[in-house]
Structure formats: structure tokens, C-alpha cells
Design a protein around this ligand. Structure first.
Ligand code: CA
Length: 235
């Protein structure tokens, strides 16, 4: 059977993570977003929202600043550290300049002060999504497709579940397909900092990655090049 030419069954750009601990307001926002054709999900705790957004990245995050467990600024900063690239719109009760600056410093794209008009919220969301909506870059090798902007990947039309680090490693390999990359090159590209060259962390992650992408003896994409490193080839 042919691989699904478009492995993405539904248009991206409609999933919104709403992080709001005022439950009434959170429910109101999700209801309005649902009526506007978005697919909202509500979380009330900062720490849970952080995990959720990294595990299953939405197209946009609406993020309250004052939250239990982990405040919105922390959530925002940690999302960016974790490689989260979708737009983040911060919501705050205070119009203090210091708060706005802190939010933008933490990696937010925009800021809205409560109470806000829903028309304005929706307009700002549309603007952020438009700005972010350049056609996502897709890299394909054999039956593997990766979408760099959304950090999603498919093999044979089936979506893969990869951690942020596994995705970066796969992306580096696919971008350089046909080239042999040394362990040190992979460390530099995917980890982005100096790790002791003797460390076998690359081998460990390549092993995870092979399992996740379903490499088998007969149909493997990641090939070991003895005493050098790894390469990705379609055949
Ligand atoms: Ca709050």
C-alpha cells in the first residue's frame, strides 16, 4: 500500500492549550474558542500545563501568569528551553510594564491584560497564528516524514511519539541524509553543548530512536558506520 501522501489527518493550527486557574474564566475561554472552531484544552496548574505542552505541542498557548505550582512566566521560559516554538499569549490581571517585559523576556509572543474583550483575544490569536503559519517545513526520506516547525514525525503514515531530544537527533540525521555524522557532530547539533566525547549518550539515543521509528533489519533508515558514527539513508 502507498504511504499516505499527507500523514496529517487534520489541519494543524487549531489546538489551543488554555492555562487558567480561575475555572469559570477557563471554561468560558474554552467554550468561546470551541465555538470559533478551535480545539481548546484547559489546564489549571502550571506544572501540568508544561508537561502537557511539551508532550503534545498545541498550535498556541494561552497562559495565565498567576498559577499554582509553577507560574506562567516559569512555564513560558521552560517551554522555550524545551524547544517549544508555537506562539504563547500571556494573560495577566495587571497591566504593569514590569510584567509585560518579564513575559516577553520569558519567551511570550504577546500579552493581554484581564479583563479582556473576546474579540481582542481572538484577533490577537489569529495574528499570532498567521505570523507563525508559514508552510511547515517537511523533510522526507523513504517513508519517513518530519515536520520541523511542529516537531512531528511520521513513518509509513503513522505518527511517531518522540521526545524533544529524539526529534532533534532525528532532524539532524535527516537534514544530513547520505552524510556520515560522527558522534561528536551529533552531540554538537542535537545536544548543543559539549559533552565528554567518551560518553555513549549518542549510541543510547540512536538505539531509542531506532526503536521508535521502527527500524528493523530489513527496513532501516539509520545505519551505523563502524568507528565513525551514523548516517541516514533511504535504502
Ligand atoms: Ca490566575
Amino acid at each position: 500500500m502507498e504511504a499516505n501522501p499527507d500523514p496529517r489527518p487534520t489541519p494543524i493550527g487549531r489546538t489551543v492549550l488554555v492555562v487558567e486557574d480561575e475555572i469559570g474564566l477557563g471554561r468560558l475561554i474554552t467554550r468561546v474558542l470551541g465555538e470559533e472552531g478551535y480545539e481548546p484544552r484547559l489546564e489549571s496548574r502550571g506544572d501540568v500545563a508544561l508537561e502537557t505542552a511539551l508532550a503534545d505541542p498545541p498550535a498556541l498557548v494561552l497562559l495565565d501568569v498567576a498559577l499554582p505550582a509553577l507560574n506562567g512566566l516559569e512555564v513560558c521560559a521552560r517551554l522555550r528551553q524545551g524547544g517549544f516554538i508555537a506562539p504563547i499569549l500571556m494573560l495577566t490581571a495587571r497591566d504593569a510594564l514590569a510584567d509585560r517585559v518579564a513575559g516577553l523576556d520569558a519567551g511570550a509572543d504577546d500579552y493581554l491584560v484581564k479583563p479582556f474583550a473576546f474579540e481582542e483575544l481572538l484577533a490577537r490569536m489569529r495574528a499570532l497564528l498567521r505570523r507563525h503559519a508559514q508552510e511547515p517545513e517537511r523533510l522526507t526520506i523513504a517513508d519517513l516524514v518530519i515536520e520541523t516547525g511542529t516537531r512531528r514525525a511520521w513513518r509509513g503514515g503513522r505518527e511517531l511519539s518522540l521526545s524533544a531530544l529524539e526529534f532533534r537527533l532525528l532532524e539532524v540525521l535527516v537534514r544530513h541524509s547520505g552524510w556520515v555524522l560522527t558522534r561528536q557532530q551529533l552531540l554538537n547539533h542535537a545536544w548543543g553543548y559539549d559533552v565528554a566525547p567518551a560518553s555513549n549518550v549518542v549510541d543510547t539515543y540512536v538505539h531509542y530512536l531506532r526503536r521508535k521509528i521502527g527500524d528493523t533489519r530489513g527496513s532501516s533508515l539509520i545505519h551505523t558506520v563502524r568507528s565513525v558514527g551514523y548516517t541516514v539513508r533511504g535504502s
